[in-house]
Design a protein around this ligand. Structure first.
Ligand SMILES: CC/C=C\C/C=C\C/C=C\C/C=C\C/C=C\C/C=C\CCC(=O)SCCNC(=O)CCNC(=O)[C@H](O)C(C)(C)COP(=O)(O)OP(=O)(O)OC[C@H]1O[C@@H](n2cnc3c(N)ncnc32)[C@H](O)[C@@H]1OP(=O)(O)O
Ligand SMILES: Cc1cc2nc3c(=O)[nH]c(=O)nc-3n(C[C@H](O)[C@H](O)[C@H](O)COP(=O)(O)OP(=O)(O)OC[C@H]3O[C@@H](n4cnc5c(N)ncnc54)[C@H](O)[C@@H]3O)c2cc1C
Length: 664
């Protein structure tokens, strides 16, 4: 029935102030107001309609992306939207495209690695979209191993230019988003060579296409790398290839904030760490963590609302059938994902703070916290994207058969999201960076240098290596100190065990390669500790609104205890908990699920997503699922006619043949 709220009973059960929770979720009242206004602006504009993406050809989809991006840019200018509003606008548009890389990587790369003069020259052009840029780092032969890139930028002192060249097929740039068909410019990463000496990988601003007719400049071969996973989905993005044939650029197009080449061809390295050339990746990894909570919360919102609508099997005494959300198995799969969405939100907020802090320190030439910022952004990017990709797929299964329909919104969400486990650093490669950082920290214990920040707990090694959890009853698992201690003990003991095993090898690098799998697990345990500790910090802060803090506490302990349950092997093998304490944790978890149950729909309403953004018949706000599933089915091109195209060629002859042979 149109206009009826099929989830009204669920909403009436809520034991907290949903409006206040919306503000907690958004981060502030201001952020809520911006998101609320901009999401509705996008939802109400027919240009941003997205329900036909799966049935569009690649060319139609790409052109539709161009149309949406141009319209968005027009609106952003006409309405004089601020940077914050524009970012929200693009996010609610929900269509991957070249603009993501232009604003997300090209502009930040110039800001982070360009000199003042370079910024003054290039940023106004980029900010007005008079040039469109991408981030061309990865090559056909190397992505993870950045130092292995083969493209060269050789300084020619005669002409005061760099010659950018792709010496091999594997040196072709391959993957950059926006490169294939749109970008006029790119920040290209290439090996800098002066006077025959290789100085490693540096960034260069390179024009690729004519600003008059968009044709590639002489010496540039560029195109799209082809279809990717899923219909619609990430195929709106023109990921590209790029080959240089001795292409020349002026010397002042090397990004020279960190190191420079003089007119004479002298390479001058500044005294800042060379890793700052990776700064754009650190920035993007940080934003990918917040984005994980967006993607996971969308999937969870769909699965929660649908689980409340969907009924299967009558209860034992007959009567109405059971809502599938009332099955404990459904709760055990769904509620930890709901809790994870909130957990990733809060750790994302904290990571943003950490990133801002390290940036300010770098401005003041304080590089002390750079390794930690790298480890946190790499590790949390890896951990949250893996959990989110798995979580979206779990939500699809939680929606049964209908979850597999494109109109559930889940297949496309998964197809768009899953490359986040690979781009901006393969998730295993990134956890190994965290492991290196942890091994270094452990090796320095006892050296007098106290670990700080997220490794501060390692400074309490004497206690944490010996302590026994004092949990005695299920309610003890609601004690933040006891929960934290279990997670700290597990993370530290796993890291120390790896360090001990490493020390048995004469060659550290060889030892590291042998122990890769254990090291990744230790890194994940450390990252999970960070997320749990930031969630606990959140619930210990000031939170307004009737019942809001209570709900967040439940979610926090569900998050922590489900991790404990999932990684029980780690907790038991490190003696961080006993089997009896683990069983008390499971008992507590079941009780928390029961407390969360009446609030589940309201907790996903607090995300404040429009039906447009969700893009899901199953996750509709009003829960009016079944008639809408029919409506969607009838829109499919196959239903344009009752007798399908091809009947006369392929179906009728078969049937007729069968009838003839049956008569024989
Ligand atoms: C359409 C969009 C839809 C959804 C988008 C979703 C979310 C996005 C939200 C917002 C983002 C906005 C825009 C972006 C949009 C979409 C994203 C799409 C595409 C992504 C684009 C890319 O993928 S760009 C390419 C990314 N490539 C990589 O990440 C490569 C990974 N490899 C590396 O980073 C490194 O090479 C390494 C980390 C593996 C290191 O290798 P190696 O050991 O060889 O390193 P070095 O010898 O160079 O250095 C060793 C020491 O340096 C330390 N180190 C390494 N990295 C850093 C760093 N970044 N900062 C500080 N320190 C660093 C390292 O730890 C070593 O230290 P030691 O002390 O041990 O010596
Ligand atoms: C959708 C999408 C968009 C992208 N956009 C861009 C872009 O805009 N610009 C850009 O420059 N790049 C882009 N990329 C490229 C992306 O950054 C790389 O693909 C990514 O960094 C992974 O590198 P790789 O492909 O070399 O993986 P590989 O390193 O080849 O990974 C293959 C396997 O090897 C394993 N492996 C590799 N090294 C190690 C190791 N040392 N120890 C243990 N295991 C290891 C990995 O875990 C993985 O299982 C994009 C990629 C995708 C999928």
């Amino acid at each position: 029935m149109e206009g009826v709220d099929h989830l009204a009973d669920e909403r009436n059960k809520a034991e907290f102030d949903v409006e206040e929770m919306k503000i907690v979720w958004a981060g502030s009242r201001h952020a809520f107001q911006v998101s609320n206004r901009i999401s509705r602006l996008v939802a109400n504009d027919p240009i941003f309609e997205k329900s036909k993406r799966a049935v569009m050809s690649r060319k139609e989809l790409f052109k539709n992306t161009l149309k949406k991006s141009a319209h968005a840019w027009k609106m952003i200018n006409e309405l004089r939207l601020s940077d914050e509003e524009s970012i929200r606008f693009r996010s609610f548009m929900d269509q991957p495209g070249f603009v993501d890389l232009h604003w997300g990587m090209f502009v930040p790369a110039i800001k982070g690695q360009g000199t003042e003069e370079q910024q003054q020259k290039w940023l106004p052009l980029a900010n007005n979209m008079q040039i469109i840029g991408c981030y061309a780092q990865t090559e056909l032969g190397h992505g993870s191993h950045v130092q292995g890139l083969e493209t060269t930028a050789t300084f020619d002192p005669q002409t005061d230019q760099f010659i950018i060249h792709s010496p091999t097929q594997t040196s072709s740039k391959w993957w950059p988003g926006g490169l294939g068909k749109v970008s006029t410019h790119a920040v290209v990463y290439a090996r800098l060579i002066t006077n025959g000496k290789d100085h490693g990988v540096h960034g260069f601003i390179v024009q690729l296409r004519s600003l008059d007719d968009h044709s590639p400049l002489p010496g540039i071969t560029v195109g799209d790398i082809g279809m990717k996973f899923g219909n619609g989905a990430y195929n709106s993005m023109d990921n590209g290839f790029l080959k240089f044939d001795h292409f020349r650029i002026p010397r002042d197009q090397m990004l020279m904030r960190l190191s420079k080449v003089t007119r004479e061809g002298k390479y001058v390295a500044s005294d800042v760490p060379r890793q700052l050339v990776y700064g754009t990746m650190v920035f993007v990894r940080q934003s990918i963590v917040s984005n994980a909570s967006n993607a996971l919360s969308r999937a969870v919102c769909i699965a929660t609302r649908y689980s409340a609508v969907r009924r299967q099997f009558a209860s034992q005494n007959g009567g109405t059938e059971t809502q599938v959300i009332d099955y404990k198995t459904q709760q055990n799969r769904l509620f930890p994902l709901l809790a994870s969405a909130y957990a990733f939100r809060f750790v994302g907020e904290w990571l943003k703070w950490l990133y801002t802090d390290v940036t300010q320190r770098l401005e003041a030439s304080d590089f002390a916290t750079l390794p930690e910022a790298h480890a946190c952004t790499a590790g949390l990017k890896s951990m949250t994207t893996s959990a989110t990709a798995d979580g979206i797929e779990e939500c699809r299964k939680l929606c049964g058969g209908h979850g597999y329909l494109w109109c559930s919104g889940l297949p496309e969400l998964f197809a768009v999201y899953v490359p986040a486990c690979t781009y901006e650093g393969d998730n295993v490669v990134l956890q190994l960076q965290v492991a290196r950082f942890l091994m270094k920290t452990v090796s320095q214990l006892g050296s007098g240098k106290a670990p700080a920040g997220t490794t501060e707990y390692m400074g309490r090694a004497q206690h944490l290596l010996k302590c026994r959890s004092s949990v005695k009853k299920a309610e003890d698992w609601l004690n933040p100190g006891m929960v934290l201690e279990a997670f700290e003990a597990r993370a530290l003991r796993m890291a120390v065990s790896c360090a001990n095993n490493l020390s048995k090898f004469e060659n550290q690098e060889q030892g590291f390669s042998e122990l890769l799998a254990d090291l990744v697990e230790a890194a994940i345990a450390h990252c999970q500790l960070i997320v749990v500790s930031k969630f606990i910090a959140k619930i210990e802060g000031e939170i307004k609104g009737k019942g809001v803090k209570n709900q967040l506490k439940n979610l926090c302990y569900i998050y922590a205890l489900h991790l404990l349950h999932k990684h029980l092997g780690d907790f038991l093998s490190t003696d961080s908990v006993t089997p009896e304490q683990a069983s008390l944790a499971s008992h507590q978890l079941r009780s928390l699920y029961s407390q969360l149950r009446p609030n589940a729909v309201a907790l996903v309403d607090a995300f404040n997503y429009t039906d447009h953004y969700l893009g899901s018949v199953l996750g509709r706000y009003d829960g009016n699922v079944y008639p809408k599933l029919f409506e969607e089915a009838l829109k499919d091109p196959l239903n344009d006619s009752v007798v399908p195209d091809g009947y006369h060629e392929y179906i009728r002859p078969l049937i007729k043949q069968h009838i003839r042979s049956a008569r024989l």
